[in-house]
Design a protein. Structure first.
Length: 266
């Protein structure tokens, strides 16, 4: 038998899902890189391994495309939750998902969308990113993983994000996800993102929460809501005093088995 997989995405931030309830899959960095490679593998922004712990909720073992371990992924949680429902492992509605950033409460809706309690979005200061020699002021936001959200009047569509934006490693010693944000109107934002360990992606769930938190901070508010347009679609974010929520689509589009010989050779 080969290794079971599914392919899914949340606003086109795409993932390989590996069901592994008994923790039998040896998910090495080289295997993650191969799976996520869009020429020699299935192609994805990351891998979601589905693990059943001895106690507590189903655990999302999330890996970035470069094989590194990540704390949290908002789009990934939605895809993970959609898999749990469709596999009959949890009922439609509300349940919890375990992540390295802590337990996250989710609600799987009948229309295929999922709402995730993302936890607090903590503003930790200011910093800057540089793209093409141009500096963009930003707000440092922790959403279980580090973000630098740069609200700018420069059209985000004009930016070249193929390479990692420059940032201050003294502020972000573990790397950082960098967002560039245009304000379209009150409660309407547009974002592009370069994700740590991945590159530019068509969406980033924690990044959309960081984006809304940074925008609110810039307007003197600590709470509020907004829609965020990303390359892969649109999500809705609500930032509250003690937590935040993210709502958006979650799609499972393929399933199959990885060739065992290919897997073993990695």
């Amino acid at each position: 038998m080969g290794v079971e997989f599914l392919k899914g995405h949340g606003t086109e931030n795409d993932f390989v899902v590996l069901p592994d309830p008994d923790s039998l899959v040896d998910l090495t960095e080289s295997r993650v890189r191969a799976l996520c490679d869009r020429q020699r593998g299935l192609g994805a922004d990351g891998v979601l391994r589905v693990v059943r712990p001895d106690f507590g909720p189903w655990f999302m073992d999330y890996r970035n495309a470069d094989g590194s371990i990540a704390e949290m992924c908002g789009n990934g949680v939605r895809v993970f939750a959609r898999y749990l429902v469709e596999a009959g492992l949890v009922p439609l509605g509300g349940f919890a998902v375990g992540t390295r950033a802590g337990q996250r409460e989710v609600v799987a809706h009948e229309d295929g969308s999922v709402t995730v309690d993302m936890g607090p979005a903590r503003i930790s200061g200011t910093s800057a990113a540089r793209v093409g020699g141009v500096e963009f002021a930003g707000v440092a936001v922790d959403v279980g993983n580090p973000h630098l959200a740069c609200v700018t009047t420069t059209p985000v569509a004009s930016l070249d994000l193929r390479d990692q934006p420059e940032y201050d490693p003294a502020v972000f010693p573990r790397g950082v996800n960098v967002e560039f944000v245009n304000v379209l109107g009150d409660g309407a934002l547009r974002m592009r993102v370069h994700e740590r360990g991945v590159g530019e992606t068509r969406s980033c769930g924690t990044g959309t929460v960081a984006t809304v938190a940074a925008w609110l901070h810039g307007t003197g508010r600590r709470t509020g809501k907004a829609t965020v347009d990303v390359l892969g679609g649109q999500v809705s974010v609500v930032v509250e005093e003690e937590t935040s929520t993210l709502t958006g689509p979650a799609v499972l589009l393929a399933r199959g088995e990885l060739d065992q010989a290919w897997w073993d050779a990695l």
